[in-house]
Design a protein around this ligand. Structure first.
Ligand SMILES: *[C@@H]1O[C@H](CO)[C@@H](O)[C@H](O)[C@H]1NC(C)=O
Ligand SMILES: *[C@@H]1O[C@H](CO)[C@@H](O)[C@H](O)[C@H]1NC(C)=O
Ligand SMILES: *[C@@H]1O[C@H](CO)[C@@H](O)[C@H](O)[C@H]1NC(C)=O
Ligand SMILES: *[C@@H]1O[C@H](CO)[C@@H](O)[C@H](O)[C@H]1NC(C)=O
Ligand SMILES: *[C@@H]1O[C@H](CO)[C@@H](O)[C@H](O)[C@H]1NC(C)=O
Ligand SMILES: *[C@@H]1O[C@H](CO)[C@@H](O)[C@H](O)[C@H]1NC(C)=O
Length: 456
């Protein structure tokens, strides 16, 4: 079957505002919420939330409280997922109507074939063929609706059990309930991972966040911390820099205020730095040493050489600038992109242990690093651009899951014509770039087919 694939999205929401309080026990201090309605395509979720200020009196209500928190967490995760993937759903819908339109045009054309000129008929037919793989996808999309409805029922049942427990506090099977919550949590987690990941199929128009700094540099938010932490890190220049600015929020970054400065003990090379879980990972100037600098303690936690990795402008990206070693983070963790003499200058991508900086596994992509503008990782796939200049596109994809590659043709607008940094942030599902003294972001569209055979 075809490689075209799509994400669909369903939602389990916690409706905090329009919730109706169904039940409240003044003794135990629990409230049971349920959503007021099931808007089309959305799933209901009920959640039981402890009333603020009450404290648990015995172990059982403590356990119950944890259970509730879990249900609540699940619901919140699903909500985040919904926000992230909403636009993909729109895309599927748009494409569906596009396809229907094309189909009817094709039918009309086929009926009056004699009056139609052969060339435009052929064009129409080719367009249609391109869209054909969508059909099974849309069927799956419908089948998946049923699965989500099932999940919804399970969440509802769970809440029902919780209600019952409250009514006869003291006579419930905590163990059984906990098993059910654990199972539900595992399934929702698996569901989210499947929904969240996919193949890159599109990049949005750029949004310029700020114009500042020199031609080359790097800026980012943490790829892992909770979304409440929106600190922005800013590292101007590619050569011997040591000054990292930390802005409190994205707004502070836009206006250039409220920042603190970190002075790195070792200077950096290139622009391939990444912030992951509160630490900066970067390449130490004139070496192939990876450094992990922890912001809160303002100290280097570990440094280690990447065996055989070229440095000091031996194997940079096409724009030069000591960009020999590029760190990045995707949904599955930390990666380093570089090359070695043994790999004859072709891009090597390595999984790196974020605690020890040890290389866990490496893949030789076969793509010459000097012909790459930049690269970034999404869901275990390395995407490589063919230039840093105007006209650049995402040209090559290396799948670490199957150790295989594919040439791609994904355009994006290189507005300021000189990209010296391009990184994916899996938490925000956004590409961050430094383009000729401008800090720019793009949204990405990831598509994925969910297998409907078997359980979620
Ligand atoms: C719910 O999520 C919060 C924040 O991520 C976490 O601290 C807490 O331990 C989670 N609770 C449960 C029961 O998983
Ligand atoms: C929910 O509860 C109803 C009634 O007890 C039961 O028939 C149904 O199978 C349950 N659904 C799930 C998904 O567990
Ligand atoms: C490998 O990853 C790509 C992109 O994330 C995905 O489209 C593909 O289905 C995966 N292949 C396997 C065999 O899991
Ligand atoms: C993130 O950092 C905390 C401590 O700061 C650590 O306990 C946790 O394991 C780290 N997570 C990852 C995925 O490295
Ligand atoms: C790095 O390259 C410069 C020339 O560009 C050279 O002078 C210097 O010795 C090199 N340093 C190392 C550590 O290889
Ligand atoms: C990305 O998508 C979000 C949500 O749809 C939207 O608010 C934001 O403006 C988009 N950003 C870009 C860079 O297109």
């Amino acid at each position: 079957m075809s490689a075209v694939a799509f994400i669909f999205i369903f939602i389990i929401i916690i409706p905090t505002k329009q919730a109706i309080t169904l039940f409240q026990s003044p003794d135990e201090g629990w409230q049971v919420y349920t959503s007021a309605q099931a808007p089309d395509g959305k799933c209901l979720c009920t959640a039981v939330i402890p009333v603020q200020g009450t404290c648990s009196r015995d172990l059982r209500s403590h356990q119950l409280r944890q259970l509730m928190e879990k249900v609540q967490n699940i619901s919140q995760s699903m909500e985040v997922l919904d926000l992230r993937t909403y636009r993909d759903l729109q895309y599927v819908r748009n494409t569906e109507s596009l396809m229907k339109g094309l189909d009817s045009r094709l039918k009309v054309a086929a009926e009056s074939q004699r009056s139609l000129n052969a060339k435009s008929f052929q064009e129409l037919k080719e367009k249609m063929t391109e869209l054909l793989p969508l059909l099974p996808v849309l069927d799956q999309y419908k089948a998946d609706t049923r699965l989500i409805v099932h999940l919804k029922e399970e969440v509802r049942n769970l809440s029902g059990s919780l209600l019952a427990i409250q009514e006869e506090m003291g006579a419930y099977d905590y163990e059984e309930l906990q098993q059910r919550v654990l199972m539900l949590e595992a399934r929702l987690h698996a569901c989210m991972q499947k929904l969240g990941c996919g193949k890159l199929t599109g990049v949005s128009n750029p949004i310029t966040i700020r114009a500042s700094g020199s031609r080359f540099g790097s800026w980012m938010t943490d790829t892992m911390t909770p979304s409440a932490d929106s600190r922005v890190w800013y590292m101007d220049g590619y050569y011997k820099g040591r000054r990292v600015l930390e802005f409190r929020t994205l707004n502070d970054f836009v206006t250039g205020q409220n920042f603190v400065q970190h002075l790195l003990p070792h200077p950096w090379a290139g622009t391939g730095h990444v912030v992951f879980n509160g630490s900066l990972y970067y390449n130490k100037y004139q070496s192939n040493i990876a450094v992990k600098y922890h912001f809160r303690s303002r100290s280097v936690l570990v440094q280690r050489s990447l065996a055989g990795a070229g440095y000091n402008n031996t194997f940079p990206y096409s724009w030069g600038g000591f960009s020999d070693i590029d760190f990045m983070v995707d949904e599955s963790g930390l990666w380093a992109v570089y090359t070695t003499n043994q790999n004859a200058g072709n891009i090597v991508v390595s999984r790196v242990d974020p605690q020890t900086l040890e290389v866990l596994r490496s893949w030789d992509t076969g793509y010459p690093k000097r012909s790459a503008g930049e690269s970034f990782m999404i869901c275990g796939t390395l995407y490589v651009t063919n230039s840093h200049l105007a006209g650049a596109k995402i040209y090559f994809a290396y799948y670490t899951n199957t150790s295989s590659y594919e040439y791609t043709d994904i355009p994006f607008h290189n507005q300021y014509s000189h990209i010296s940094m391009l990184d994916y942030n899996p938490r925000e599902r956004v590409l961050y770039t430094w383009n000729n003294g401008h800090q720019v972001i793009y949204n990405v569209t990831l598509f994925h087919v969910i297998k409907t055979s078997g359980e979620l």
